[in-house]
Design a binder for this molecule. Structure first.
Ligand SMILES: Nc1ncnc2c1ncn2[C@@H]1O[C@H](COP(=O)(O)OP(=O)(O)OP(=O)(O)O)[C@@H](O)[C@H]1O
Length: 247
């Protein structure tokens, strides 16, 4: 079976720093892969190399077998790949619904959407479905800036799903989210994974969240893959315990 995402020997250097040093892994459709590792080990750089924010210094990235190395984010969006960012990308003055509509426009690749602001473009129905799915009904008309951090993370995740993506890369979705909202977020992500067969790669520092959400976990250390396996295997891996979990 062709992997939905296939990363082969990707490297990325910034001057003298090798942030990602020959990383290979693949993700099958319907999987939730966790990506963990100490600060500065190269997780975000790897995401940026996969999603076209950065061009890798070496290596190849394939989506559904198609070579996409170095292609622009808008091109990846068209192939059904989407992402969230570590720092939220919501527009604080726009309502929750308008943020979703704008995200839908961006997934369609309309470059001017950020300048022109949201126009319905037939996206209100999809936005309202996402609002329902992520249980944000009571907040639909509120400015996004007034939402709690956890609610904004839910909105951010909902925005990533506006284009009906097959593969979503989530960058620290649990960061700064309180335990109650965290449970909601996990439950919604699992539901969207099951109901839509959406595939995820999730960078996260919250170990409990990763281990309970993900089908497999990849551990990075100093730009390389230290281990990849099921959560229980990762928890029991001596190299992982020494390099990361033990600290
Ligand atoms: N644009 C850049 N220019 C120079 N160095 C960079 C750049 N981006 C990242 N780095 C360096 O690359 C290394 C990996 O950083 P990266 O942000 O990918 O790690 P990370 O695992 O995502 O960290 P965190 O968990 O803190 O988000 C670090 O040493 C960082 O300082």
């Amino acid at each position: 079976m062709t992997a939905i995402l296939d990363v082969r020997d990707v490297k990325k250097s910034f001057g003298g720093i090798t942030a990602v040093n020959g990383v290979s892994f693949d993700v099958q459709e319907g999987e939730i892969l966790g990506l963990i590792g100490p600060n500065g080990c190269g997780k975000s750089t790897l995401f940026n190399c996969i999603l076209g924010q950065l061009v890798p210094s070496a290596g190849e990235v394939r989506v559904d077998g198609k070579l996409v190395t170095g292609q622009r984010p808008s091109e990846l969006n068209r192939l059904g790949v989407s992402r969230t960012f570590q720092l939220l990308q919501v527009f604080p003055k726009l309502s929750v619904r308008d943020n979703l509509i704008l995200a839908g426009q961006e997934h369609r690749g309309s470059m001017l959407s950020r300048l022109l602001g949201p126009s319905d473009a037939g996206l209100t129905t999809t936005a309202d479905q996402m609002i329902g799915f992520f249980k944000l009904e009571h907040l639909a008309n509120e400015p996004a800036g007034g939402l709690s951090c956890g609610q904004q993370k839910l909105l951010d995740a909902a925005m990533a799903f506006m284009g009906g993506p097959r593969l979503v890369l989530l960058d620290e979705p649990a960061g700064g989210v309180n335990p109650t909202m965290l449970g909601d977020l996990k439950e919604r992500l699992i539901a969207i994974n099951r109901e839509r067969r959406a595939t995820f790669v999730v960078i996260e520092h919250n170990m409990e969240f990763v281990m309970s959400l993900c089908s497999r976990v990849m551990v990075m250390a100093e730009g390389k893959v230290l281990a990849i396996g099921k959560p229980d295997e990762i928890r029991a891996n001596p190299a992982v315990i020494e390099a990361y979990l033990g600290h």
